[in-house]
Design a protein around this ligand. Structure first.
Ligand code: TPP
Length: 574
């Protein structure tokens, strides 16, 4: 089993004069880091931690499955910009965290996961509930630690929070054996960090910024591709300035949704395997892509060899490992998005691309995202539109994965920065309820709607107990189509309609919600949608609305597997 020591330790504050146990030291450190809440489940290997935590002013929220703890910490982190913390015991508690940790890793979310481990003399002996969680999570964390000496604990925690939140954020795991939790030492919290091998580049290189400005000046059909990095670095105003000054159309990735107001005249949707025709066409025809805080995920590009064939590429990202990883780049700029955009905006001249913007508008008119407004059938797109209408666009939307996620991306208009947190990279079913719970805990004044499919909702349905017990008034819309809908859509379009494994039964979700102590509603007609949404929002507690939507509705446009973005299937015109 790998043993990590803190790589470097800054000066330690004067000890406070008394010895503390490892468990108390952890709590002191969490307080120093400003942690206000922990999502977790206790076990034998974390009981000393819980014993100590009892005396500290940090809220503990008992989840019903550790995957829920990791997603809640992730949802909290996305909603607040502060690190989210989860606790799990050794063995199965720790392994249950892993989907949530991997999800946070792929989406650059600062989660600090703390696990109990068997006592150090038992490590490597296949002791009861022993797993090598640092080994298991090595590829899905930004860094992880097994703390074998109580003296190392405070510096490790300091480093863990620093690593999780700086540079490209990501999850960090700290594994603490039981005997380290009970051993005592003088407590002191390091004031600083010295990590010689870890120095995120924050300022972009001026020469490359000037080169980028020159390319922008020459471009006739430029497109900005804005990603999650814009949100993480809080560069909303800077992105808007770049777009407006250069008159450049903006397309956001799935994780970049809300980085640019979608009602803006220069906003043109999302390029994706499943999203808007005009966004994919604009990228295909563009002569300059300005990719900002995004990583050219295959779902954004389709077949990369055919991606944006006419464009030169400027790529701005804080993580140098992303540059040139998936697509060829002409001008790389490594740095924090906000810093780079501030410098770039000083270099670029006022420009107009009237004809190009009009051309994309014509594509939008030609291939609009439309829904059949005449039908009496309850369409999932209609439900999302109504959620937008009732919330006046002011809700934080947390989605699950599948068709529901795509409709939430297409039919809610995201105008406010930082408020949406759809999951991107791992696509973990079961994310929405626990992540919405974490977001609501972090931003109690925010209206939080989770949008889920009936499949994904059943994957972490148990967290209904948590939101009821802890009085966390999230609202959940289940787009219930009786299928693992996205899977059925693929089977229909590419696998000869062999619907094996996709038809799905479920409980009466409204009654399940009530059984847990939440409010539950079922909606089967269009007329009921709006009044029921209002009732759910007026209810002073968690509320679940089960929408019985059209069973075989598809998400369009869609790029077939292995195809280029431009080869998308448009779907029937409505
Ligand atoms: C944990 C996990 N298992 C399997 C999948 C594969 N998968 C992707 S979408 C999907 C269907 C989701 O169905 P549902 O939650 O009902 O949502 P819908 O597509 O109908 O909106 C599945 C099974 C996944 N993304 N995550």
């Amino acid at each position: 089993m790998a043993v990590s020591k803190p790589v470097a330790v800054g000066p330690i504050e004067a000890p406070e004069g008394k010895k503390l146990s490892g468990a108390q030291i952890l709590c002191e450190c969490l307080l120093k880091e400003g942690v206000e809440v922990i999502f977790g489940i206790p076990g034998g290997a974390t009981l000393p931690l819980y014993h100590a935590l009892y005396e500290y002013p940090i809220r503990h929220i008992l989840v019903r499955h550790e995957q829920g703890a990791a997603h809640a910490a992730d949802g909290y982190a996305r909603a607040t910009g502060r690190p989210g913390v989860c606790f799990a015991t050794s063995g199965p508690g720790a392994t249950n965290l892993t989907s949530g940790i991997a999800n946070a890793c792929l989406d650059s979310s600062p989660v600090v996961a703390i696990t109990g481990q068997v006592a150090t003399p038992l490590i490597g002996k296949d002791a009861f509930q022993e797993v090598d969680i640092t080994g298991i999570t090595q590829p899905i964390t930004k860094h992880n630690y097994l703390v074998t000496r109580v003296e190392d604990l405070a510096p490790v925690v300091k480093e863990a929070f620093y690593l999780a939140t700086t540079g490209r954020p990501g999850p960090v795991l700290i594994d603490i054996p039981r005997d380290v939790q009970t051993a005592k030492t003088n407590f002191g919290y390091p004031k600083g960090i010295r990590l010689p091998g870890y120095k995120p580049t924050l300022l972009g290189h001026q020469r490359q910024i000037r080169q980028a400005a020159a390319l922008i000046g020459e471009a006739e059909r430029p497109v900005i591709l804005a990603g999650h990095g814009v949100i993480i670095s809080g560069a909303f105003a800077d992105l808007r300035e770049l777009a407006e000054k250069g008159d450049i159309p903006v397309i956001t990735t799935l994780l970049g949704i809300s980085s640019f107001p979608e009602s803006h005249r220069l906003s043109f949707g999302i390029p994706h395997t499943i999203c808007s025709v005009y966004a994919n066409t604009a990228v295909n025809e563009s002569d300059l892509l300005i990719a900002i805080g995004m990583r050219f995920d295959d779902r954004a590009t389709g077949k990369t060899s055919h991606f944006a064939p006419k464009a030169r590429v400027i790529h701005i990202d804080i993580d140098p490992a992303e540059i040139g990883k998936n697509v060829r780049v002409d001008v790389p700029i490594v740095g924090d998005v906000k810093n780079v955009l501030m410098s770039l905006n000083k270099e670029i001249a006022l420009a107009k691309h009237t004809e190009w913007v009009e051309q994309i508008n014509r594509w939008r008119e030609q291939f609009p995202l439309t829904i059949d407004t005449e039908t009496d059938v309850l369409l999932p797109q209609y439900v999302v539109q109504q959620i937008y209408g009732v919330t006046e666009g002011k809700a934080t939307i947390v989605t699950d994965v599948g068709q529901n996620q795509m409709w939430a991306a297409q039919y809610y208009c995201y105008d406010r920065p930082t408020v949406s947190s759809p999951l991107g990279g791992l696509g973990t079913m079961g994310f929405s309820l626990p992540a919405a719970m974490g977001a609501k805990v972090g931003r109690p004044d925010e209206l939080i709607w989770a949008i889920a499919g009936d499949g994904g909702f059943q994957m972490n349905i148990q967290e209904l107990a948590t939101v009821v017990q802890d009085k966390i008034p999230v609202k959940v819309a289940i787009l219930n189509n009786g299928y693992l809908g996205m899977i059925r859509q693929w089977q229909q379009l590419f696998f000869e309609r062999r619907y094996l494994g996709s038809p799905l039964s479920g409980p009466d979700f409204a009654r399940v919600a009530e059984a847990y102590g939440a409010a539950g509603f079922r909606v089967t007609t269009k007329e009921e949608v709006r009044p029921t949404l209002i009732k759910a929002m007026e209810y002073d507690g968690p509320a679940i609305v089960d929408f019985w939507v059209a069973r075989e509705e598809n998400v369009y446009p869609m790029i077939p597997p292995g195809a280029a973005a431009i080869e998308m299937i448009h779907g029937p015109q409505k």
